[in-house]
Design a protein around this ligand. Structure first.
Ligand code: NCD
Ligand code: ZN
Length: 354
């Protein structure tokens, strides 16, 4: 007999959908399982104004499969020129749910990001005033700092001073990859949370580098050593509401990944929930998957819980991964490296209609 697990329909609090043909190819993969997703603004050029967010949202809605109830929650890409009035107007209109901070040069399409963090004071103070969260890519870009130390260094050099300077600011430390990041969030009394990706719960740096280089496991922040992966798993499955799912599903075509200078990003949207069920079961925490994937994030963002559910079903373990064809070329789906027994069976309405 197969096992079933029915949970509130999840949300993805960190998602890259891209634009054009790639958007059309990847959007159904998230819309199939998730009710809402926080859409990252690192397009080229980036989504920096309320006007940009409005037009990007319209393109996403136009690309949605017919009948889909998926809601894209938009973000603005913070620059040193971001205007506080534009941010508050976009927030008041319900057009944006957060603002995203990329240190300049930290990751894919971050050239327009921030160099001088002191110049953000007016906009951060406005965000604190109106309760609009700041999502942070937490890595320093100083070439002197080893890539494996960049998250821990960012917390010390940038994030903590910034939070002390604007104490009312609500911050999400995105895709946290270190025990230091987890400890920092745990020590924060309020106004701080963190997203965790699916892939960082599965891979450590050996998966990328030992026995051959595996570009499909390369993402930023780069996966760290095993002790950190253990800390991330512990936080994700602990039931602590400050930790919730942001897949950071970040599609790049195989041509862009398998190159002398390959792009960073793992495409996990299609099999994220099946992998998470596997991970949570392994940790003896299946009953906490709903909190992590469907409840904690909405609570942090002050949004209603989803009313629909999805059911996960356990059957024969089958290999996962493969390729999705896109208008821009083939795109490899994240391979967790083990067969998956769980799969998403399909949505259903929660309870009976009134
Ligand atoms: C993301 C992308 O490709 O846009 N890549 C990644 O490795 N996570 C950017 C990001 O979130 O850092
Ligand atoms: Zn990302």
């Amino acid at each position: 007999m197969s096992e079933h697990l029915t949970i509130t329909r999840p949300d993805d609090w960190h998602l890259h959908l891209r634009d054009g043909a790639m958007l059309v190819a990847v959007l159904p993969e998230s819309a199939r399982h998730f009710a809402r997703a926080l859409i990252m603004p690192n397009l080229v050029p980036p989504v920096t104004t309320g006007h940009d967010a409005r037009t990007y949202r319209a393109r996403i809605l136009a690309a949605l499969p017919r009948g889909s109830g998926f809601t894209p929650l938009m973000t603005l890409y913070l620059t040193e020129q971001t205007c506080p009035d534009d941010v508050s107007a976009a927030a008041a209109e319900g057009l944006i749910t957060a603002v995203k901070l990329y240190p300049a040069g930290a990751t894919t399409n971050s050239a327009s990001g921030v160099r001088d963090f002191d110049r953000l004071r007016p906009v951060l103070e406005r965000m604190a005033e109106i309760g609009l969260p700041l999502c942070v890519h937490g890595e320093v870009t100083d070439p002197e700092v080893d890539i494996f130390d960049r998250e821990a260094m960012f917390i010390e050099r940038v994030l903590d001073p910034l939070r002390r300077a604007v104490p009312g600011l609500r911050v999400v430390l995105e895709h946290v990859t270190t025990a230091e990041g987890i400890a920092y969030v745990r020590a924060g009394e309020r106004n701080i949370a963190a997203t965790l990706t699916t892939h960082h719960l599965v891979i450590n740096r050996n998966h990328i580098l030992a026995g051959g280089i595996r570009p499909h496991y390369y993402c930023l922040p780069v996966a760290k050593r095993e002790t950190h992966r253990r800390a991330l798993r512990e936080a994700a499955t602990s039931g602590d509401p400050r930790f919730f799912l942001g897949t950071d599903s970040a599609p790049h075509t195989d041509a862009a990944k398998l190159s002398a200078c390959g792009c960073a990003g793992c495409f996990t949207a299609p099999n994220t929930l099946a992998i998470l069920a596997h991970v949570f079961e392994e940790e003896g925490a299946l009953s906490r998957l709903e909190g992590f994937a469907a409840q904690h994030g909405a609570a942090f963002y002050g949004l209603p819980q989803n009313r629909e559910t999805i059911t996960l079903e356990k059957g024969e373990p089958t290999p996962s991964g493969g390729t999705l064809e896109t208008g821009e070329g083939p795109l490899t789906i994240f391979d967790p490296g083990f067969p998956l027994a769980w799969r998403v069976a399909g949505p259903s309405a929660k309870g009976c209609p009134p």
